[in-house]
Design a protein around this ligand. Structure first.
Ligand code: HEM
Length: 439
């Protein structure tokens, strides 16, 4: 009788750097994109990195693997789990942190607020806000645009979430949110927060203070709104959510409302501002593209404007990776990746594949004039059941601000002569900034 051969254990985890976990973590947090590019070059389309608080992360960037992640059942891959570090800010009911049925339910409640048609309803207001902000920028001398972009995207999301009149009244919230985001952006804090981990973050005093102030304002606003009688006529997100009902017919609780409002304010503000800065940075670096954009807009065509937005989000995606946690084992590129491991579509690598995007490092909006963005090859907003809820809103924001910059004002690059004559300042334009001359 022949012996039954036990199959040799399948390949489970793809190769990756051999450094100790702490060293991999340090490299990851010092420059994730560089580490991704180096690992991709060394190990190919699938590799693993060990990151503190994240465990084993298997990165993928082949379109067919990304498609498998986006089309898998929500019971197979969790995304909420990978966003756990944001729980102290967003709260436990946030759509970003939930999975399976609970996620589906919150997403269903939020979806009507942001579908394309409703987003387009904000066009006039967005244009007014952009004209007022850009109208106040200095003329004829170098100007950095980031603060102005943040101011506009903050106004857009506040107006969408609370409605025009109430957004004016909520000005303290602007300052609180701004300070909250700077806590996370400060590298000294970032390292500390990493060591602290999400569960103890709430006790970190600067964080606690900002969060308490934001919560007080939001709960007061929710109470005030519940008492109003004109909710049915209003179209802002808070009013729509107050009307929305769970599948069992119950309304959303105050805690649920608070968590989704914070989620929208946080997810919908800095992301779009960063994307706008990147767009302006690319346009002033490529004056021929800026000229073409100006000509086409003057001729009444938006096609090139949309291509500029697509190409900016391809070449400079705001978010580089979108982690998922495997609930059950799943096969990728010959590896039977076990449950519990994070499988991470790497937007940054996918968007730089020369087989999908010839000359991937070049800023070429033209590539999107003939081929619209592919569902599994252009993923700055993620995909599948978790695709960004604010996608249509964000694209409209970007188009509106860029149109106003190019037609309402006019921007041009800072000429090299000016840069040389004030070398110290010009040389210091950081990568997250863009400098222009508005005329
Ligand atoms: C250029 C701007 C933006 C970028 C690049 C961006 C990108 C993303 C990405 C990559 C995800 C994760 C998707 C995934 O895991 O597959 C996401 C989720 C999300 N985004 Fe955005 N976003 C932007 C603007 C906005 C805006 C303006 C809002 C709100 C108005 C918003 C609200 C959300 C929400 C609520 C989710 C969670 C969706 C879910 O888990 O079901 N985002 N976004």
């Amino acid at each position: 009788m022949g012996t039954v051969q036990t199959p040799v254990s399948e390949k489970r985890i793809p190769p990756g750097p051999q450094l100790p976990r702490v060293a991999q973590t340090a490299l990851w947090f010092s420059n994730a994109r560089r580490m991704l590019a180096q690992c991709h070059e060394r190990f190919g389309d699938i590799f693993r990195i060990q990151i503190a608080h994240q465990g084993t992360c298997v990165f993928i960037s082949a379109p067919e693997d990304v498609k498998r992640v986006f089309t898998a059942a929500p019971e197979q891959l969790h995304a909420g789990d990978g966003n756990r570090s944001m729980k102290p800010v967003l709260g436990e009911n946030s759509v970003l942190l939930l999975d399976e049925a609970e996620h589906r339910e919150q997403r269903r409640l939020l979806l009507p607020s942001f579908h394309g048609e409703r987003a387009r309803g904000y066009t006039g207001l967005m244009r007014e806000i952009a004209a007022a902000e850009i109208g106040g920028w200095p003329r004829g001398r170098p100007h950095r645009v980031r603060a102005g972009m943040q101011a506009m995207t903050m106004e857009y999301i506040l107006h969408a979430v609370f409605g025009v009149a109430d957004a004016e009244r909520l000005s303290p919230l602007r300052a609180n949110l701004q300070r909250l985001l700077t806590i996370g952006a400060d590298p000294r804090h970032a390292l500390f927060l990493l060591v602290l981990g999400p569960d103890r973050l709430r006790r970190f005093p600067p964080f606690r203070r900002e969060m308490d102030a934001i919560d007080r304002l939001l709960y007061a606003e929710i109470r005030r709104r519940r008492a109003r009688h004109d909710l049915a006529e209003r179209s802002d997100v808070l009013s729509l959510l107050l009307h929305a009902r769970h599948e069992d017919g119950s309304p959303m609780t105050d805690a649920e409302l608070r968590d989704e409002l914070v989620t929208l304010l946080v997810a919908g503000h800095e992301t779009t501002a960063s994307a706008l800065v990147s767009a302006v940075r690319e346009l002033v670096r490529h004056p021929d593209k800026l000229d073409r954009l100006t000509e086409e807009l003057r001729a009444g065509s938006d096609a090139y404007l949309k291509a500029v937005v697509y190409e900016t989000l391809r070449l400079r995606p705001v978010i580089s990776v979108i982690p998922r946690t495997l609930v059950r084992p799943m096969r990728f590129a010959g590896y039977d990746v076990p449950a519990g491991v994070r499988v991470v579509p790497a937007i940054y690598l996918l968007h730089r594949r020369p087989d999908v995007y010839p000359e991937p490092e070049r800023f070429l909006p033209e590539r999107f004039l003939e081929h619209p963005p592919g569902t599994y090859t252009w993923i700055p907003f993620g995909g599948g059941a978790r695709r960004c809820l604010g996608r249509a809103f964000a694209q409209l924001e970007m188009e509106t601000v860029l149109r106003e910059l190019v037609l309402g004002a006019a921007i041009r690059p800072v000429p090299p002569k000016t840069a040389r004559s004030s070398r110290r300042r010009s040389a210091a334009v950081p990568p997250h900034e863009a400098e222009v001359i508005v005329t």
